[in-house]
Design a protein around this ligand. Structure first.
Ligand code: PLP
Length: 408
């Protein structure tokens, strides 16, 4: 297969073609949220203008069309993730809600005093705080896999943490703050060896790697649509069917029941059991269209493109005076975090913005990572398949401006 013309694909993404402060936009904040291809926008507009109705409830034609669009998106996501059946795909509000769902529904039913939940030092807050909440409630204990100086998990320490009390191992596939790709299949296999539930935060992985949940062997895998070139408001929780089937609901309402009476109610089968209330139908339709678009471009080609851009960016940014890269793992995806000597990352972000370059500055909802590397915050450039060398050149020019202003 010939490689796609990535420069030509930029024409598919309307948001890229605008100026910010009189400069062409160089959008390098894709790890926070990525922009939508025209095909995704079209699918959402078509849905809203012609096909909208509530799902699963109506005998009338539009309700059936809306249901088919929503369930069609579920089937597409199922194939995208390599799940064995559509019922393993639960639509959520995003990664955060997916992890809270597991922590609340599975955790409340299965965790007891002294049980251990293993997390890692590189987690986003949304894969820490939900576990803290349920641990406090159930008397469970959190153990943490440490990082080495490159920002890689210490796997020997991880194995040392595993034992008969380990009930959950929950780790990110790719770190949003460092870009580290964790060896998830290996982690899952070790966790299974002690009978632990495995939960993978895939928010930063699905846009950059081909993910196959069957090959990973995990019980749960969560991600958000808005980082995958689709609208915000919807996310996915893959759950192994046998595990989902054994879980109680976590929210009650319409669509998640079988029979309701004042004496008691019974629950629908997964995934409906975990989708109480009217879902974000249009956003799910947009997610289905985004997956179709990405598969059309080719996930392997996207990964190769982003690897090349990351190598280009790493070399060029490293050469700017005063820059120190945070996160130098051997295996990385699409994220370049850095600090500049004596410059607050917010100043870096503001100066870059004045030159049309969008990066993120802050703790990236990963305060333990910042603590590990003894920095209050970093500036982070994060790449998508639609970025190009010109975006990175604009970033580097902006960083030279910063270095000049601060006399580095
Ligand atoms: N996990 C990781 C690794 C993330 O990068 C993010 C978002 O930045 C999240 C979880 C939370 O995603 P959301 O806010 O879409 O729920």
């Amino acid at each position: 297969m010939t490689a796609p013309d990535f420069e030509a694909l930029r024409a598919d993404i309307p948001a890229l073609h605008q100026e910010v402060h009189g400069r062409p936009l160089a959008y390098l904040d894709n790890a926070a949220s990525s922009h939508l291809p025209q095909a995704v926008l079209d699918a959402v507009v078509r849905y809203h203008s012609r096909e909208h109705s509530n799902v699963h409830r109506g005998v009338h034609t539009l309700s059936q069309v809306a249901t088919e669009r929503y369930e069609g998106a579920r089937r597409r996501v199922q194939r995208f993730l390599g799940a064995s059946r559509p019922e393993e795909i639960v639509f959520t509000r995003g990664t955060t809600e997916g992890i809270n769902l597991v922590a609340q529904a599975w955790g409340r039913a299965n965790l007891g005093a002294g049980d251990e939940i293993v997390l890692s030092e590189l987690e986003h807050h949304s894969n820490i705080v939900p576990w803290q909440l349920i641990a406090q409630e159930r008397g469970a204990v959190i153990r943490v896999i440490p990082l080495n100086d490159a920002g890689e998990l210490d796997l020997a320490a991880f194995r040392g943490l595993l034992g008969p009390r380990t009930r959950v191992v929950a780790v990110a596939h790719v770190s949003n703050a460092l870009g580290t790709i964790n060896p998830v299949a290996e982690i899952v296999a070790a966790a299974k060896g002690v009978g632990a539930l495995t939960v993978i935060d895939g928010a930063q992985a699905v846009p950059h790697l081909r993910v196959d949940v069957a090959a990973l062997g995990c019980d749960f895998y969560a991600f958000s649509a808005h980082k995958l070139y689709a609208p915000p408001g919807v996310g996915v929780l893959y759950g192994r069917y046998a595990v989902l089937e054994g879980m109680p609901p976590w929210q009650g309402g319409g669509d998640m029941i079988e029979v309701v009476s004042f004496e008691g109610s019974t629950w629908a089968k997964p995934p409906s059991r975990f989708e109480a209330g009217t879902p974000s139908i249009a956003a799910a339709v947009g997610l289905g269209a985004a997956v179709e678009y990405l598969e059309g471009v080719g996930l392997e080609a996207i990964a190769a493109r982003e690897d090349a851009l990351l190598a280009y960016a790493t070399e060029a940014v490293s050469a700017v005076p005063g820059v120190r890269i945070i996160g130098t793992a051997a295996s990385k995806a699409s994220v370049l975090s850095f600090v500049m000597e004596g410059v607050h990352p917010h100043d870096i972000g503001t100066i870059l913005d004045s030159e049309g370059v969008a990066v993120r500055a802050g703790h990236h909802c990963a305060q333990p990572v910042m603590r590990r590397f003894k920095v209050p915050a970093t500036a982070r450039a994060s790449l998508a398949f639609y970025n190009n060398e010109a975006d990175i050149d604009a970033l580097v020019r902006g960083l030279h401006t910063v270095a000049g202003i601060f006399g580095l």
